[in-house]
Design a protein around this ligand. Structure first.
Ligand code: B12
Ligand code: SF4
Length: 589
C-alpha cells in the first residue's frame, strides 16, 4: 500500500536549463550572473507555491520537486529512478523561462518513457507563447496550461482527469484530442486581482515536512545560507520595456490580460508581516508599488508602518520614486533597500527602451534615499540595448564612476552591468518587431532554442545581435565593461582589492577561453573540434559563474536562515496529526 506521504495528485517538476549539464561542457558565461541561481537556473517559478497552496484548499495534494537542484547538489542523483517512484494523477513541468527549453523537453521525455499513462502538463510564460508548437511537435506533452494565473484552471483540469470529464471546458488549456489534433480552449481565466492567491511560506514548510524532502523545495543552491524571500504585488505590468516578455505588450497579446492584477495593499502588508514573524530573511517586493498608482503605494506604506517589520526589505522601482514616497518608506521600514534598472547612462537609449526618466531624477533619488537611511541601492545596467554602441557601453562605466564619486562614500550604491542573456524574451515587442528596434533574432522556433541551449558557449546561445553591435561585440564589451566596473568597485571600496583581483583574473580567463573557442569553431573537422573543446571543458564550470560580475555582490548583508521554532513545531504537529488521522480513516475504509 502506498503511504499517504507519497500520495500526490499533482507533482510539479522543475528542470535544469540543460538536462545533461552534468556530462556536457558548456561555457554558460554570464547567463545567471544577476540572479541567485547557477547557470542551471535551479530556481523554480514562485507560482509553483501559489498553485500548491490554492489546490490544497480544494483537497488536492501537490508536491514540488526541484529536479535541477537535486541534480546540482548530487552527481549521483538518479532522475529516472526517482521519477519511477512517483505516481501522481498529473505531472507538471515548467517551461516558464525560455532557457529551460532543452531541460523541460528532456525531462518530459523521461517522465513519458517511465509513465506513459500519466499525463504531462506544461505551463509558464514561454509555454504560453509556444503552446501550439509544443503540443503539435512534442508527444511527451499532453497539455499546456496557458496564462499568468493557472491555479483555478489546474483545479479544473485535475477534476476532469479524476472524473473522466471532457477537457473541452477547462479554461486556458491547450491539448491534443483523440485524433491527435491540437485543441485550444479560450484563455478566459484572467483574474482581475491577486487577492485569492498566496505565497504561503508556512504551507511550504508543511510540505517539506510531509514529503521529507528539503532539497525538493529549496529554491536555489545556497538558499539556506542566503535565504531571500519574496512578496508579490502584481501579475502583469503597466510598462513595456522593449525586450521584456513580461511587459504589458506580452500580457495583452499572449496572456489575454488587458490590465495588471494587483494585490490589495493591506493584504500585501500582511504578507510581509507573515514572513517577518516566521523567517529571519530579506524580503523583496516584486513589482513596483507605484504601478497601481500613488494612492495604492501610500496606503501600502502606511499599513506597513503599523506592521513594524524588522527584516531587510528591498523594493524595486521602475521609475525613481518621488521624495515623499521615499520618506514614507523610511518611516515604514527600519531596513530598506532599493533596486532600479536605468539600463544605460544615455537618456535617449533608456527612454527608447521604455524607461522615461533622466539622470537628474535618478541622482535626486539616490541623494534622498541615502539621506533617509536607505541601506543599499542596486543599480542595474544592461548591454545589448537598441541604439547602444560598444563605446556607449564603456561610457556607462564612466557614468558609474561619476555616480560613485558623488554617491559612493557611503558604500551603499552598488552598480552592476550585464548583457541581456541568453535570449531576447519571446513575445516581447523587440522579438515581434525586430527591425523596428534594430534587432536581428537568430532563433524563432522551440527547436531553434532547444539547440541553442546546447551551444558550446554563450555567444552562440545569444539569440540576437543589434544594428549597433554584433554578437562578438556584445561578448567583448561585456567582458571589457565587467573588468572596468570591477576595478571601479575596488577603487571605491565596494569590494576588497584581493577579491577584485580574483574576479578580474576569472573574467580575463573567461574572455580568453571564449577566444579559444572561436578558433576551435573555425575548424571544419567535426571530430577534431569536439576533441579540442573537450580539452577546454574543465575550465568551463569555473568560468560560468560570476563572470561579468561577482554573484556574491548581489547579496544583502544577512545572517544564516533563522526560523521561528514554535512555527516549525506547529507545522510539524499539524502534518503528523493530520497524516495519522487520514491513515486511520483510510484503513477503516
Ligand atoms: C520575479 C521575476 C523573477 C525572479 C524569480 C522569481 C521566481 N522564482 O519565480 C528572479 C529575479 C529571480 C527572476 C529571474 C529570472 N528571470 Co524573471 N521575472 C520575474 C518577473 C518580474 C515577475 C514574475 C512573476 O510575477 N511571476 C508571478 C508568479 C506568481 O507566477 P509565476 O511564477 O509566473 O507562475 C504562474 C504562471 O506563470 C504559471 N506557471 C509557471 N510555471 C508553471 C508550470 C506549470 C506546470 C503550470 C501548469 C503553470 C505554470 O502558473 C503560475 C501560477 O499561476 C517577470 C516579469 C513579469 N512582469 O512577469 C520576469 C520574467 C518572468 N523573467 C524572465 C527571465 C528571462 C528571467 C531569467 C532567465 C533572467 C536571467 N537571465 O537571469 C532568470 C531565471 C532565474 C531562474 N529560474 O533561476 C523573463 C522570462 C521570459 C521568457 N519567456 O523566458 C520575464 C518574463 C521578464 C524578464 N526578462 O525579466 N525573475
Ligand atoms: S522589465 Fe519593464 S516591462 Fe518587464 S516587467 Fe520590468 S518594468 Fe515591466
Amino acid at each position: 500500500m502506498m503511504h499517504l506521504r507519497d500520495r500526490a495528485d499533482l507533482i510539479l517538476l522543475h528542470p535544469p536549463t540543460v538536462y545533461d549539464f552534468r556530462k556536457k561542457s558548456i561555457l554558460f558565461g554570464p547567463i545567471s550572473d544577476l540572479v541567485p541561481s547557477s547557470p542551471i537556473f535551479e530556481m523554480y517559478p514562485i507560482g509553483f507555491t501559489s498553485i500548491s497552496e490554492y489546490l490544497h484548499r480544494f483537497g488536492y495534494q501537490v508536491r514540488i520537486v526541484n529536479i535541477a537542484l537535486k541534480m546540482l547538489i548530487s552527481k549521483r542523483f538518479d532522475v529516472e529512478k526517482f521519477i519511477s517512484k512517483l505516481h501522481p494523477l498529473l505531472f507538471g513541468i515548467d517551461l516558464h523561462w525560455m532557457p529551460h527549453v532543452q531541460g523541460s523537453l528532456a525531462l518530459a521525455g523521461i517522465v513519458k518513457k517511465i509513465h506513459p499513462c500519466i499525463p504531462v502538463v506544461f505551463g509558464g510564460f514561454s509555454s504560453t507563447y509556444y503552446h501550439e508548437e509544443l503540443i503539435r511537435k512534442y508527444p511527451q506533452i499532453d497539455f499546456v496550461m496557458r496564462g499568468d494565473s493557472t491555479e483555478e484552471p489546474l483545479r479544473q483540469l485535475l477534476t476532469a482527469i479524476k472524473t473522466g470529464l471532457s477537457y473541452e471546458n477547462v479554461p486556458n488549456l491547450s491539448w491534443r484530442n483523440k485524433e491527435g489534433k491540437v485543441r485550444e480552449n479560450p484563455l478566459t481565466h484572467v483574474p482581475a486581482h491577486m487577492n485569492d492567491i498566496k505565497i504561503d511560506y508556512s504551507h511550504i514548510v508543511r510540505k517539506v515536512i510531509r514529503f521529507r524532502d528539503l532539497s525538493g523545495y529549496t529554491p536555489y543552491q545556497n538558499w539556506l545560507s542566503y535565504p531571500a524571500t519574496a512578496a508579490f504585488n502584481v501579475r502583469g505590468c503597466t510598462h513595456t520595456c522593449k525586450t521584456c516578455g513580461g511587459a504589458a505588450y506580452f500580457f495583452k497579446n499572449t496572456c489575454n490580460r488587458k490590465k495588471p492584477a494587483f494585490r490589495n495593499p493591506e493584504i500585501l502588508a500582511d504578507d510581509l508581516k507573515e514572513i517577518d514573524r516566521n523567517l529571519n530573511a530579506p524580503i523583496i517586493i516584486i513589482g513596483d508599488i507605484m504601478q497601481a498608482g500613488k494612492e495604492y503605494a501610500v496606503e501600502f506604506l502606511k499599513t506597513l508602518k503599523k506592521q513594524k517589520i524588522r527584516n531587510p526589505v528591498a523594493m524595486e522601482f521602475f521609475i525613481p520614486p518621488g521624495d515623499d514616497i521615499l520618506e514614507l518608506i523610511s518611516e515604514a521600514l527600519p531596513h530598506f533597500n532599493i533596486e532600479i534598472s536605468p539600463e544605460s547612462h544615455d537618456e535617449n537609449i533608456r527612454r527608447f527602451f521604455g524607461r522615461p526618466y533622466g539622470n537628474q531624477e535618478l541622482e535626486r533619488m539616490l541623494k534622498t534615499a541615502l539621506n533617509l537611511g536607505c541601506k543599499r541601492i542596486d543599480l542595474f545596467f544592461m548591454i545589448g540595448l537598441s541604439r547602444q554602441t560598444y563605446q556607449s557601453v564603456l561610457d556607462t562605466i564612466e557614468y558609474n564612476k561619476y555616480l560613485l564619486e558623488n554617491f559612493g562614500q557611503s558604500k551603499k550604491v552598488i552598480p552592476f552591468i550585464s548583457p541581456f542573456v541568453p535570449f531576447i524574451d519571446p513575445g516581447s515587442e523587440a522579438f515581434e518587431n525586430p527591425e523596428k528596434y534594430g534587432y536581428k533574432i537568430f532563433y524563432r522556433t522551440v527547436e531553434d532554442y532547444r539547440k541553442a541551449m546546447e551551444s558550446y558557449s554563450w555567444k552562440y546561445m545569444l539569440s540576437y545581435e543589434t544594428k549597433w553591435m554584433s554578437r562578438q561585440e556584445i561578448v567583448d564589451s561585456s567582458y571589457e565593461a565587467g573588468i572596468a566596473l570591477n576595478q571601479l568597485k575596488a577603487r571605491f571600496g565596494l569590494i576588497n582589492f584581493k577579491k577584485a583581483e580574483l574576479t578580474e583574473k576569472r573574467m580575463k580567463s573567461a574572455w580568453q577561453t571564449m577566444a579559444e573557442i572561436e578558433k576551435i569553431m573555425e575548424n571544419t573537422n567535426e571530430e577534431e573540434k569536439k576533441d579540442h573543446l573537450q580539452k577546454l571543458a574543465n575550465q568551463f564550470k569555473k568560468l560560468s559563474e560570476s563572470t561579468i560580475c561577482e554573484k556574491k555582490e548581489l547579496e544583502w548583508p544577512t545572517q544564516l536562515l533563522r526560523m521561528n521554532v514554535s512555527w516549525i513545531i506547529k507545522n510539524w504537529f499539524h502534518i503528523e496529526v493530520w497524516d495519522r488521522l487520514q491513515s486511520l480513516f483510510s484503513k477503516k475504509e
